[in-house]
Design a protein around this ligand. Structure first.
Ligand code: ZN
Length: 306
């Protein structure tokens, strides 16, 4: 290489005996080269990242439309609970039904299933129990659950309290009596993480596990748990449809019109419709899709402490 070109590129003063030395100009030039290299590397990676995210969203959007509008017309592709006619949905608080279980409720009702709602507390944490009861009735009316199918527990041992552990000795008899009285062939409720991690949500799961583990569940009844997904998936709206479709064997999805209905049901819970719930509705995948897991596909080895 020509010595002058070498000096230009590397900022080195090449002496005739081959010994090089840096001068002030070379240091500045090297730092400038390093700075440029770093940012061009960052730019390349950023372009790849943005392209990847955009591709994922476009693919998910197409998958969402494909699943909701095309596959639904082909009954063979529907991954719903087979032959359920009387479904007991068990929640912990008024508003759980539309915040988390909306798609499964709307689809079950569309399939002429008899949906019963057992809400285990009044949601009296802020002292608004009576108001929240009215809001629950309004929400269920929008969702299509008949008034006669709504059961709201008023039990001092089942208070809406993130610090109160609901005992299975209190929960299990209430749940079992509702399954037996209404001859429910299916139960749908929270899984181990309870979507939001609320201790009251999780208590229902542990109580259901206890009922199953102690062989108290009627033979005609099957239990399904609403899957909790990680935070990124939870707030990726309809974009989670593709992953849900691939990873889950039982899913319920709704179209944009139906998701608007779920948002109306949430608005019926006026006392709870604060800014972070509005944000939740904007980004939550539970407004578009529910994925369920059957209890017999889970390894229910838990420590059922009371
Ligand atoms: Zn809740």
């Amino acid at each position: 290489m020509d010595v002058s070109v070498f000096e230009y590129l590397y900022g080195k003063d090449i002496s005739h005996d081959g010994i090089s030395s840096f001068d002030g100009y070379s240091w500045k030039h090297s730092l400038w080269t390093l700075y440029n290299s770093f940012f061009s590397y960052l730019e390349e990676r950023l372009v790849i990242l943005i392209s990847g995210v955009l591709s994922y969203f476009v693919t998910s959007f197409l998958a969402y439309y494909l699943i909701v509008f095309f596959l639904k017309s082909n009954r063979g592709f529907i991954h719903h609970i087979r032959s359920c006619r009387r479904v007991l949905l068990i929640t912990a608080h008024p508003d759980d039904e539309c915040m988390f279980f909306g798609p499964v409720i709307l689809q079950l009702i569309k399939e002429s299933c008899n949906v019963y709602l057992l809400c285990l507390s009044q949601g009296n944490y802020d002292g608004k129990g009576a108001l929240r009861k009215d809001e629950l009735w309004k929400s269920c009316n929008i969702l299509g659950i008949p008034e006669s199918n709504i059961f709201l527990c008023r039990n001092s041992q089942l208070s809406d309290d993130p610090k109160m552990r609901w005992k299975k000795s209190v929960l299990s008899p209430i749940i079992l009596s509702h399954i037996e009285i209404f001859q429910c062939d299916t139960v749908v409720t929270f899984d181990q993480s309870g979507v939001s991690g609320h201790i009251n949500h999780r208590a229902i799961f542990f109580s259901m596990c206890d009922i199953i583990d102690s062989n108290k569940l009627p033979s005609y009844c099957k239990v399904y748990f609403l899957e909790t997904v990680n935070l990124l998936r939870k707030y990726s709206s309809f974009a989670d449809t593709l992953l849900s479709f691939i990873l889950s064997s039982c899913w319920y999805s709704v179209n944009f019109q139906e998701s608007q209905r779920l948002k109306e049901a949430m608005k019926a819970h006026k006392s709870q419709f604060v800014w972070f719930r509005k944000l939740y509705l904007l980004f939550s995948r539970y407004v578009f899709i529910n994925t369920l897991r059957a209890s017999d596909s889970l390894d229910l080895c838990f420590d059922f402490e009371d």
